[in-house]
Design a protein around this ligand. Structure first.
Ligand code: ATP
Ligand code: SF4
Ligand code: MG
Length: 657
């Protein structure tokens, strides 16, 4: 029905071709667009897979903008949101010449809050010179920005602590009472999202909302006709994160601080406020101190029965209840105390639901929650706080409930959903039953366009000088490629070390390649500079592995330091594997390996984005050759030619096209 129109748009001389340089008719892309148009028209669910770089973005945007009604597009990361909003959607809208309105919606913490900025400017006791400079920059930024989105202010690093002081949380937002409500960027973004035809969100935001109802997505859902998840392979993990529950001792301490402040200013005679909060604070601190280490994670079953954790938790619960009682009796003295009461009850309830078994020896990782879900209880220690997590092992039933009710189209798309052409694993993880699923073949000639190079003589990936060995092995190839490289690392630490080394080497060898390092500027800006430079080298971690699109010669070499296995200390992963092994499956072969293959395919997929693209994929990890599972890994990558010889790889760049 819409097929003819799609044929025309995507076909030779079609309107997309007029907007996009180097556009060619790709049969798989056209067919995929038709299937998506069909699902939209029939308000159906569709699982749609097509390889990296094959143009899925246009394949869903065209039918969505033409026939999708109110559309929510959710993608993996904030920088992919920006890529869609700033680049792909405007292109498609121009090509289609349709008057659809588009809005970008991010989480609250991305927008500068007038109220908190004002407070910080008035009484912020900033100690570091960086912070003072950043605050000044944020102040200036507020005078010109339309969106208040911190991504627009690349000058202040995304991870700078100052952002915490000038953004709001659900707990600290004044809402309709706020004097800045009219100008508030959070409210503005939500209003725009309400009114727009197409709203671009990310998976975290989408699922955070199911748990917190604070991001504005919940208000959008009822009116949405079409929901599209790009990078849909990430959904099981992201959803798991949010369908679970987390309580942090810092939330408790924050609440105590507010209770004390509000109590003293509005109900000084109502209670001995310091005595009310102190035992709670002490219990929260004791809970943290039960673990001497920083940055560790344990499932409940891994915590020794004799650990101070269990009695501390019991005390915290008891003292928390006492504080709630005081708040109950004083709540009517002031709105702010009433607010504290509501927060306390909510937090208290979650604290009670986190039923760590207290009986010595009887500890188990599994906990049947109220809705009959299997959950894993685990804790995570940070330098000054402890988080208690309760994570469901399967999100299928919860997500299924989300999809019930109003009929609408649900599109799940990604390059990596099926395992050997079988979508069952994905569909059952997501609770999609036997929804139709389809794969479209890649239009690229991988054997001609790409080369997989695995260097000789790499040390074991856990050896301390591993990153240096990666750089030593990669340098001659980076030189041969004339820059034009992505170095994708599995850890931030490796990013830092690699950056240090490359900076020094480039200087010493007088190589003119601009070095772009994740964290040194916003991601969108880094990518823009990378595309513009034409001979740059970019070093990044996770967020550059997926969805990132640099078409053409600017990117000709993708270097991957290690096979991307998830960290073995992840308690949720451990619990999943335990469940699998109980069923007689091998956790490594059935879970960790397939997950790592997906991530690796995504990383490798940054290379070939076009019929004319050529490039080398260098995977440094020796396990690709030495381990029995290595073969399964390289066999699941695009069918590049393969070599282990540096000179062959170097020669690839010298061959005329
Ligand atoms: N038919 C086409 N001809 C030429 N280029 C195209 C065509 N369709 C899309 N492109 C361009 O190809 C590049 C890759 O497209 P896109 O980013 O949509 O890939 P993808 O399928 O989403 O890959 P990934 O799974 O890695 O996200 C983009 O630069 C896009 O503009
Ligand atoms: S409404 Fe909330 S987010 Fe907006 S300016 Fe006020 S306190 Fe900040
Ligand atoms: Mg994509």
């Amino acid at each position: 029905m819409h097929d003819a129109e799609i044929d025309q748009l995507f076909g030779p001389g079609g309107r997309l071709g007029q907007e996009v340089g180097g556009f060619r008719a790709r049969q798989s892309q056209t067919e995929m667009a038709k299937a998506i148009a069909g699902a939209i028209a029939g308000q159906a669910t569709l699982i749609a897979e097509a390889g990296t770089g094959t143009g899925k973005t246009f394949a869903y945007l065209v039918p969505a903008l033409l026939w999708g009604g109110k559309v929510i597009v959710s993608t993996g990361t904030k920088n992919l949101q920006d890529q869609l909003f700033q680049r792909d959607i405007p292109t498609v809208r121009r090509a289609l010449n349709v008057p659809v309105s588009v809005a970008l919606l991010k989480g609250r913490a991305n927008y500068v809050c007038h109220y908190h900025l004002e407070r910080t400017l008035e009484n912020g006791r900033l100690t570091s010179r960086d912070d003072i400079g950043y605050l000044r920059a944020i102040s200036r930024f507020m005078k010109t920005t339309q969106s208040g989105d911190k991504a627009e202010l690349a000058q202040v690093p995304e991870t700078a602590l100052i952002w915490n002081l000038v953004t709001s949380t659900r707990d600290t937002c004044m809402g309709a009472e706020c004097q800045y409500y009219q100008d508030c960027f959070v409210m503005k973004a939500r209003k725009e999202a309400q009114q727009a035809d197409v709203v671009v969100v990310n998976h975290h935001l989408f699922f955070a909302d199911v748990a917190l109802k604070d991001t504005g997505v919940a208000e959008l859902l009822p009116s949405a006709n079409t929901i599209i998840f790009d990078e849909a392979h990430q959904l099981p993990d992201t959803a798991t994160l949010f369908f679970g529950e987390t309580i942090s001792t810092s939330q408790v301490l924050e609440l105590c601080r507010d209770v004390l402040a509000e109590g003293l200013s509005h109900a000084r005679d109502g209670a001995e406020w310091a005595k009310v909060v102190m035992p709670v604070e002490r219990a929260a601190r004791d809970l943290r101190l039960a673990f001497p280490q920083d940055f560790v994670r344990f499932s409940v079953s891994q915590i020794a029965a004799s650990s101070a954790f269990f009695p501390a938790l019991k005390t915290l619960r008891k003292e928390f209840r006492a504080m709630i009682q005081t708040l109950e009796s004083q709540a009517e003295r002031a709105d702010t105390i009433e607010q504290c009461r509501t927060r306390a009850i909510e937090l208290g309830t979650r604290l009670d639901q986190w039923n760590a078994p207290t009986v010595a020896g009887a500890a188990t990782a599994d906990d049947k929650s109220g809705d009959g879900q299997e959950c894993v209880l685990w804790v995570e220690a940070f330098s000054s706080s402890l988080q208690l997590h309760r994570t469901p092992l399967s999100i299928a039933p919860i997500f299924n409930k989300q999809r019930e009710g109003v009929p609408r189209a649900w599109i799940f798309t990604s390059a990596t959903l099926a395992v050997k052409n079988d979508f069952n694993h994905y569909a059952s993880q997501m609770g999609l039953g036997n929804a139709p699923a389809q794969t479209w073949p890649s239009p690229f000639d991988y054997g001609q366009q790409g080369l997989l190079y695995v260097p000789h003589q790499m040390p074991q990936p856990n050896s301390p000088d591993y990153t240096d060995a990666v750089i030593d092995a990669a340098l001659p190839l980076i030189e041969a490629a004339g820059g034009r490289s992505f170095l994708l690392c599995t850890t931030i630490r490796a990013v830092k070390r690699a950056a240090e080394r490359l900076r020094a080497e480039f200087e010493q060898r007088q190589l003119p390649f601009p070095l772009l390092v994740q964290g040194e500027a916003g991601r969108t800006e880094l990518l823009e500079r990378f595309r513009a430079a034409g001979n740059a080298v970019l070093i990044g971690s996770q967020s550059f592995w997926e969805g990132v699109d640099v078409r053409g010669e600017a990117l000709s070499l993708v270097i991957i330091d290690k096979l991307p296995f998830s960290p073995p200390d992840d308690p949720v992963l451990a619990a999943r594997i335990e469940v699998m092994e109980k069923k007689g499956m091998n956790g490594f072969m059935h879970h960790q390996l397939p997950e790592a293959i997906i991530t690796l395919k995504q990383g490798a997929g940054r290379l070939i984005r076009d019929e004319a693209d050529r490039g080398v994929l260098m995977i440094c990890d020796p396990r690709l050759i030495s381990k029995p599972y290595g073969k399964r890994i390289w066999q699941s990558l695009p069918s590049f030619k393969r070599t282990r010889e540096l000179n062959v790889a170097q020669a690839f760049f010298a061959t005329p096209e």
